[in-house]
Design a binder for this molecule. Structure first.
Ligand code: PMP
Length: 398
């Protein structure tokens, strides 16, 4: 049966992890992975999550099946975070939300549903994008192309290029947008640019698919939802995939959601019925534990406050690592300006380091980064930052 099976290419980032784990140098640093570590280099278990988990474990509840779309308390908590607790869309019954297996699972059920709906549409992702976007939409059967996004010269967004490209697209084209904290570049649109994107989507009849994997990692829960809120106010229909992997540090629990904004409450009922068919034939219904903890935290005023404080702590620590790295590289006498690193948002930065420089960082210094020059700022801490800054300075000075 398997004689003709070809070996699939290795996942570039997971391959980097394997190489890192095999490296025996004690001072090695892994800036490749997309997870948040605390100042001790550990993935945190948030205190709010710990409290909710303890209460849940103590209750020793039975493990029946969940509703196909997940429990109402969870779905409603997701909607409040994305659209705002006072959202008119929510009160009008215009949002379908289904629990999903992380942000990835949300993208997958959204892609499968869209393929049934608009089989001929093309999907457009930013250039560059999170590497799984292309694979996910291609595996749902779509043709996937890039839209202009990153401008290496300014280390920001080529907004004119992006906008004119979007204006050239056929109606019904699906456009995948990073709602905040763009992965891999760290370069986000301004609020005013988001408003322009909304208008282009309206004028061209595009299908917006917002991917919100890092809510709360840039400026705050509501501030980071500006794209979702602008699309909400526009009256358009759109998709949002969201994830608690980062904001709750629940990576392995696979907690996310797909939300779809419809034109009416009546449409919501029909859309939900079809989305449930997609879920039913993929994994039937979602797992209980992670979503139960998120729902418990978000529905308790005390735990929610504790979580918001912990989320702010993660956000502030990443910011401190950004400015710390810029200052430390400068202090090494590097002429090249790295101040853009402090302006970029979220966990990542496109540093502008070349593949050759990244290779020297790995071979000579045991510092692992993605060959595109992407580093994860959330993997820096007060102990490894001086060493990383010194190594980057040596590499760029040549
Ligand atoms: N979208 C983007 C842009 C991401 O960076 C990630 C995670 N790296 C995801 C989706 C998937 O998140 P999850 O781990 O919750 O599946």
């Amino acid at each position: 049966i398997f004689a003709a099976v070809e070996l699939a290419p290795r996942d570039p980032i997971l391959g980097l992890n394997e190489a890192f784990n095999a490296d025996t140098r004690p001072f090695k640093v892994n800036l490749g992975v997309g997870v948040y570590s605390d100042d001790n280099g550990k993935i945190p278990l948030l205190a709010a999550v710990k409290a909710a988990e303890k209460a849940r474990v103590d209750a020793m509840l039975p493990r029946g099946y969940q509703p196909i779309e997940g429990p109402a308390a969870y779905d409603s908590a997701v909607q409040n975070l994305l659209f705002g607790a006072d959202s008119e869309l929510i009160s009008a019954g215009r949002v379908v939300t289904a629990q999903a297996l992380g942000g990835t699972g949300a993208l997958k059920i959204g892609a499968d549903f869209l393929k049934r709906l608009n089989p001929e549409s093309k999907v457009y992702i930013s250039n560059p994008s999170w590497e799984n976007h292309r694979a996910l939409f291609e595996s749902a059967g779509f043709e996937v192309e890039n839209y202009p996004y990153y401008d290496a010269a300014t280390r920001g967004v080529d907004f004119a290029g992006m906008k004119s490209f979007l204006q050239s697209l056929a109606a019904g084209s699906v456009i995948v947008l990073h709602a905040c904290c763009h992965n891999p570049t760290g370069a986000d649109l301004s609020d005013a640019q988001w408003a322009e994107v909304v208008e282009v989507c309206r004028a061209q009849g595009l299908v917006p698919f917002l991917d919100m994997a890092y809510q709360g990692f840039a400026d705050g829960i509501d501030a980071d939802a500006v794209a979702v809120r602008l699309f909400s106010a526009s009256g358009l229909q759109f998709f949002v995939s969201s994830s608690f992997s980062k904001s709750f540090s629940l990576y392995g629990e696979r907690v996310g959601a797909l939300s779809i904004v419809t034109a009416s409450k009546e449409e919501t009922g029909r859309v939900l019925s079809q989305l449930k068919r997609v879920i039913r034939t993929n994994y039937s219904n979602p797992p209980i534990h992670g979503a139960a903890m998120v729902a418990a935290v978000l529905s308790s005023p005390e735990l929610r406050q504790q979580w918001e404080d912990e989320l702010a702590g993660m956000r502030d620590r990443i910011r401190a690592m950004r400015t710390g790295l810029v200052d430390a590289i400068k202090a090494q006498g590097v002429e090249q300006d790295f101040s853009f690193v402090a302006q970029q948002r979220g966990m990542f930065s496109y540093t502008g380091l070349t593949a050759a420089q990244v290779e020297v960082l790995r071979s000579e210094f045991g510092i692992y980064a993605v060959s595109t020059g992407r580093i994860c700022l959330a993997a820096l801490n007060s102990k490894n930052l001086p060493y990383v800054a010194e190594a980057i300075a040596k590499v760029v000075k040549g």
